[in-house]
Design a protein around this ligand. Structure first.
Ligand code: SF4
Length: 496
């Protein structure tokens, strides 16, 4: 199956939508007119004096269907409207042809909630937004409800951020073993253990230098700190102490509202490390089971048990951690609806403050990539049921959705949602997803995103990806940190 583009530039949007109907299939895109022998999707635009004619033809398994529509040329959001109209025509043709219903309709972006915020800024009421999402974007009522509730809670968090706010991200790109679905730059401890002492030493130097650069920008205010990875608790207790001490020593943390450390894998968590996190100011930690089924854990290459997750959770409570997040994934290989339900029930029973529910997404770099199509096929009917059960269970246990994003290539095209108990929203999660303010990111693979105060411009500053590059090209990384001061010199904020 090929996608043909004729007379327009909406290749990316066409491909994104069509992919949702043909998971894991090769879908080359080319300019021009199709060869009538083979299956194809043909999208054509003809621009006339006042309007543009849009046409779609699909040939699939011998069946041929087409549709057409027009868009006025003087529309303010002309390109967005052409993309939407093309997408709606494709959706209406492909749904009956493939039997696949997309609960997100023709929305393909990774931040659906931004739609709601944008409509609110334009002065639209909830009722009008719901109507637009239903009629123009064909989104299901269930997903509209999720979007609206998430947007409402997200808005409360967004209001806390000011033009001079920023967050700090620290990357610890090491894990005990690599999970089969992971495409993240994360090296197993066995292979890279020897790099860890030097990595920690340089990371502390990067923290010191970056803090100095930030101090030269009058009025910047640190809102949240986030240690992610990888698995930050792959470091020893002493290494964690050194890195967290450097953060506290070098940055003004008096304005910090949230300090998260993703402890992550239960097999790296010890009482000593949990005490260090508490002592050095972490206010929120993650202990991530992904599943509470030992055979599924084994199938995805996580070398820990459900009991280790439970023990780590109670150890965290014992050491005084009062805000714990637990990550779960729906659609894992070999998991079933039954087993997912019991995972969810067990995690809710533990009563953590946050539960983040992801849908499996296998990227090309993952070990599982070769089997992705098979996994998607096996899990495709079940993920929707898993998510529906989750939504009901969360509601019954007083967990609310507060952030939401979508990734490409998820099973059933489903989403990732952060749920929390009242008042326990993970602030950093909202800020990074909404691109609310600057994120200054340190460590291997970290990408700083410098956000224009009161504007939409974002400048990215990249660190090298792998720990060995981070170490060997460290001087370049330090030099790049000066770009933060240069950015704020040309994009100042009003300091009140
Ligand atoms: S713990 Fe997370 S970062 Fe580490 S290998 Fe597993 S999925 Fe990747």
């Amino acid at each position: 199956m090929k996608i043909f583009i004729d007379g327009h530039d909406y290749q990316y949007e066409m491909e994104s939508l069509v992919r949702m109907f043909f998971h894991g299939k090769s879908l080359p895109v080319q300019q021009g007119v199709p060869d009538v022998e083979n299956d194809y999707i043909y999208t054509k635009a003809i621009r006339h004096a006042n309007s543009t004619e849009l046409m779609v033809t699909v040939k699939l398994g011998g069946e041929l269907k087409n549709a057409n529509d027009t868009v006025q040329n003087d529309l303010q959001e002309y390109n967005a409207e052409c993309e939407r109209v093309f997408a709606v025509m494709l959706y209406r043709i492909l749904t009956p042809m493939t039997g696949i219903q997309l609960k997100w309709g023709v929305l393909t972006g990774i931040r659906p909630v931004k739609f709601v915020h944008r409509f609110h800024e334009q002065g639209l009421s909830d009722e009008e937004i719901r109507r637009i999402l239903t009629e123009k974007y064909l989104v299901s009522q269930q997903k509209i409800n999720l979007m609206m509730e998430t947007a409402r809670r997200e808005a409360q968090v967004l209001r806390l951020s000011k033009p001079n706010s920023y967050s700090l991200y620290i990357s610890i790109p090491f894990c005990p073993t690599r999970c089969l679905y992971c495409s993240f730059v994360s090296h197993s401890i066995e292979k890279t253990k020897k790099l860890m002492p030097e990595y920690v030493e340089l990371l502390i130097r990067e923290i010191e230098y970056t803090a100095e650069v930030l101090r030269s920008i009058d009025g910047l205010q640190l809102e949240t700190i986030y240690f992610g990875g990888g698995t930050p608790t792959s470091l020893t207790a002493e290494q964690l102490r050194q890195v967290m001490d450097a953060v506290n020593r070098c940055f003004d943390c008096s304005s910090v509202r949230e300090y998260t450390v993703e402890a992550g894998r239960p097999d790296t968590i010890t009482e000593e490390k949990l005490c260090v996190l508490k002592e050095y100011g972490a206010t929120r930690i993650s202990i991530n089971p992904q599943t509470m089924n030992d055979s599924v854990l084994n199938a995805i290459g996580r070398k820990h048990t459900t009991q280790q997750t439970i023990d780590a959770f109670w150890l965290a409570r014992k050491t005084g951690h009062t805000n714990i997040n637990m990550d779960l994934i729906a659609g894992l290989p070999t998991d079933t609806v039954e087993s997912f339900r019991s995972t969810l029930d067990e995690v809710i029973k533990l009563n953590p403050e946050n539960i983040t529910l992801h849908t499996l997404s296998v990227k090309r770099a993952a070990t599982l990539a070769d089997e992705a199509e098979e996994v998607y096929r096996a899990q495709s009917a079940t993920v929707t049921q898993m998510l529906e059960y989750a939504s009901q269970s969360f509601h019954a246990a007083a967990y609310h959705p507060y952030y939401l994003y979508r990734q490409k290539n998820t099973v059933d095209n489903m989403e990732n949602v952060g749920y929390c108990k009242e008042g326990c929203e993970g602030l950093y999660n909202v800020y990074i997803m909404d691109e609310t303010h600057s994120i200054v990111a340190l460590g291997a693979g970290a990408v700083s995103k410098l956000k224009e105060p009161n504007g939409e411009l974002i400048n990215r500053v990249f660190n090298y990806k792998y720990p060995y590059e981070y170490i060997s090209r460290f001087d370049e990384i330090l030099a790049r940190k000066n770009k933060i001061a240069e950015f704020y010199a040309t994009h100042p904020f009003e300091c009140k």
